[in-house]
Ligand binder design. Structure first.
Ligand SMILES: *Cc1c(COP(=O)(O)O)cnc(C)c1O
Length: 373
């Protein structure tokens, strides 16, 4: 028997979440599939979403992997390119590029050839990360318009606090964006990530950029971890050993979890080597046979332990859900002091991805750069 740990991925749920994102606002929806489609498999998800208005990735390498797989969908590179070779490749592969800095403007100036591309001109309205200063918007747009390789310009920005719709910074960013939009005269706009799309209707524009929500995670703080989205990935395993324990005995490395009463625990095939967060404390929820229990003791590289004291039917072979259907990944992330994004993107290569609505439930090895085993 192979190791029982699997990530079960529902491609139709991802498509459903995409359609929900599309239903918000009247703009077009970019499906963000960077970072191995938030752990779900870059090419497989790219194929499942090939009918999207556009796809987006962070890097040129991800974009080229999608093109090599035959995906012809409009494709945006969110960090843009960093050198002339990548610039030329991007043009040849008909990629849309973010341009956020002067050196990227220079790369475009050096580009010659027959291909023209769409530039997403990024301004920093208060994220404090990438983008031209708002006051430069007009001048950068004029520079872009002079270049024969630039087919069209879309004005974009990124929100810092959209997961808290009431946060005062949101209005500041939106106001700066609108001023820069007027000053630059650019007619097509893109502001919203998932949180803004769901929680800030004023941020919905001609193009919205949905990432985490496609993967069934509601990013709004204090909201439901999942609703109204569909769960897309269940991290499932089994109990591989079950033990009785006496009051006062310790479990796992460091011996710092001590059983307060006699009971039982199970050892589960899943650890931080698979991407389960090592900092998840005792008490973090886990499902065994669909019922809630909790972690006990520290996470090992390949294993973790769960309390079975109140689950007399649970034994070796019992099914375990680390997160997914019935246990939102955002809830586990909160216990571990992190966010769902980190847990999803952190799933390691050794976790087989099993696709529903994929190739007949077979394991598809779709980690970036990996070849079929
Ligand atoms: C990753 C990313 C997104 C998607 O963000 P989510 O919070 O996952 O929806 C949107 N825009 C940019 C520029 C990004 O880098």
């Amino acid at each position: 028997m192979s190791r029982p740990l699997q990530a079960r991925i529902d491609l139709s749920a991802i498509a459903e979440n995409y359609r929900y994102a599309q239903s918000l606002g009247s703009g077009k929806t970019v499906a963000v599939i960077k970072a191995n489609a938030y752990g779900h498999g870059l090419v497989t998800v790219g194929e499942a979403l090939a009918g999207a208005d556009a796809l987006a990735v962070a890097t040129i390498e991800e974009a080229l992997a999608l093109r090599r797989a035959g995906i012809a969908t409009r494709l945006l590179v969110l960090e843009g390119v960093f050198d002339p070779a990548a610039q030329a490749e991007a043009a040849a592969q008909q990629l849309d590029l973010v341009v956020h800095s002067d050196y990227q403007l220079d790369l475009l100036r050096q580009l010659s050839g027959v291909h023209r591309l769409v530039v997403w001109m990024k301004i920093d309205t208060g994220m404090g990360r990438l983008g031209f200063r708002c006051e430069e918007a007009r001048c950068v747009r004029d520079a872009l318009q002079k270049l024969p390789v630039v087919a069209d310009v879309i004005l974009m920005t990124h929100m810092a606090c959209a997961d808290e719709p009431e946060h005062g910074h949101n209005a500041v960013q939106l106001q700066r964006f609108d001023s820069a939009a007027v000053a630059s005269g650019i007619g097509q706009h893109s502001i919203a990530n998932s949180a803004a799309l769901m929680g800030l209707p004023q941020a919905r524009r001609e193009w919205n950029r949905a990432g985490i929500m496609l993967y069934g995670v509601n990013p709004l703080q204090g909201g439901d971890y999942q609703q109204p989205l569909s769960c897309t990935l269940s991290l499932e395993s089994r109990v591989i050993a079950a033990r009785e324990v006496a009051a006062g005995e310790s479990i796992g490395y460091g011996g710092d979890f001590i059983y307060p009463h006699s009971g039982r625990y199970g050892v589960v095939a899943c650890g931080y080597g698979d991407g389960y967060p090592r900092h998840a404390p005792s008490g973090t929820p886990v499902l065994v046979n669909g019922r809630r229990t909790r972690l006990v003791g520290r996470i090992s590289m390949d294993m973790l332990a769960v309390d079975l004291s109140h689950l007399p039917d649970a034994d070796v072979g019992s099914s375990v859900t680390l997160w997914g259907e019935g246990l939102p990944v955002g809830e586990v992330a909160e216990h571990a002091g992190t966010i769902a994004y980190e847990l999803l993107t952190g799933l390691t290569e050794r976790v087989p991805r099993i696709y529903r609505d994929g190739p007949l439930g077979e394991a598809v090895d779709d980690c970036l750069g990996a070849t079929a085993r």
